[in-house]
Design a protein around this ligand. Structure first.
Ligand SMILES: NC(=O)c1ccc[n+]([C@@H]2O[C@H](COP(=O)([O-])OP(=O)(O)OC[C@H]3O[C@@H](n4cnc5c(N)ncnc54)[C@H](OP(=O)(O)O)[C@@H]3O)[C@@H](O)[C@H]2O)c1
Length: 234
């Protein structure tokens, strides 16, 4: 049975990946900075839990030590948005955003390199904003762009372990629930900016992640799952 660690696995897309991976027969470890949340989901779906905070390297080292018997796949969904224009940048939040998306996954690679099985893979998370610049999405855009390069270079560094990224469009993953009534408008606007006329759902992303785990001839790639949004001018 292949083992998969899902970082950011306690909620939204990470939790959806963890749930599907259990159904598909993987030995799942839910990694989250909130260990109680990870344990609650793990109990519900029949998985294990481990504390992983992408902003705290010591938790990455400890998780790798706990899983030293071997890991086949690592999916990392972490993000720490800082949605301001350049004049509003806060250095600490800027660093945190890069750490969640880029530096953290690179340190995951550092600590898990001795543990990852050679037939395994890592899946990082980018996002469509990386290819669609706009006011207020500076940090999200640059960090998502950097994820694409991180996947490419980590793939060369960790080979034969494969490293890829998924770049979602706007997905109703649960993350947008915080907008309350504004969520429907956001999803509708985002649907208008695609070629397929709808917003994304969690299964669109989970299907892609599960395919990447098995796609043994795909490495260093970013798979865009956004209904063609970056090909429209809307
Ligand atoms: N949903 C979309 O429309 C969309 C669009 C484009 C790209 N994406 C990307 O897809 C990924 C997943 O997004 P999502 O929709 O599932 O919602 P999200 O709210 O962006 O999820 C982020 C996940 O990362 C975790 N996380 C944040 N900081 C962390 C840290 N320091 N250490 C470990 N985990 C941390 C969060 O856990 P906590 O519970 O601890 O906060 C949460 O599970 C993100 O990278 C996001 O940028 C999503």
């Amino acid at each position: 049975m292949e083992r998969i660690l899902v970082i950011g696995g306690a909620r939204a897309l990470g939790a959806a990946v963890a749930r599907r991976a259990v159904k598909d027969g993987y030995d799942v470890v839910v990694g989250a900075r909130d260990l109680a949340a990870a344990e609650a989901l793990a109990r519900e779906i029949g998985a294990r839990a481990v504390r992983v905070d992408l902003q705290d390297e010591s938790t990455l080292a400890a998780a790798a030590e706990r899983l030293k018997e071997g890991v086949d796949h690592i999916v990392t969904t972490g993000s720490a948005p800082h949605d301001v224009r350049a004049a509003g940048l806060d250095r600490d939040r800027l660093v945190a955003a890069f750490t969640a998306k880029v530096i953290g996954p690179m340190l995951v690679a550092k600590h898990f390199a001795p543990v990852l099985r050679p037939t395994g893979s890592m899946v990082l998370f980018s996002g469509v904003v990386g290819r669609r610049p706009g006011p207020g999405s500076l940090v999200k855009g640059v960090t998502n762009g950097a994820v694409e390069f991180a996947a490419r270079h980590l793939a060369a560094d960790l080979a034969p372990v494969r490293v890829n990224a998924v770049s979602p469009g706007v997905v109703d993953s649960g993350a947008w629930d915080r907008l309350g009534e504004g969520k429907a408008a956001l999803l509708s606007r985002s649907a208008d900016k695609t070629l397929v006329g709808r917003h994304g759902v969690s299964d669109d992303i989970v299907d892609t992640v599960m395919w990447l785990l098995r796609a043994g001839f795909v490495s260093g790639e970013t798979i865009h799952v956004e209904g063609g949004a970056r090909h429209t001018s809307a």
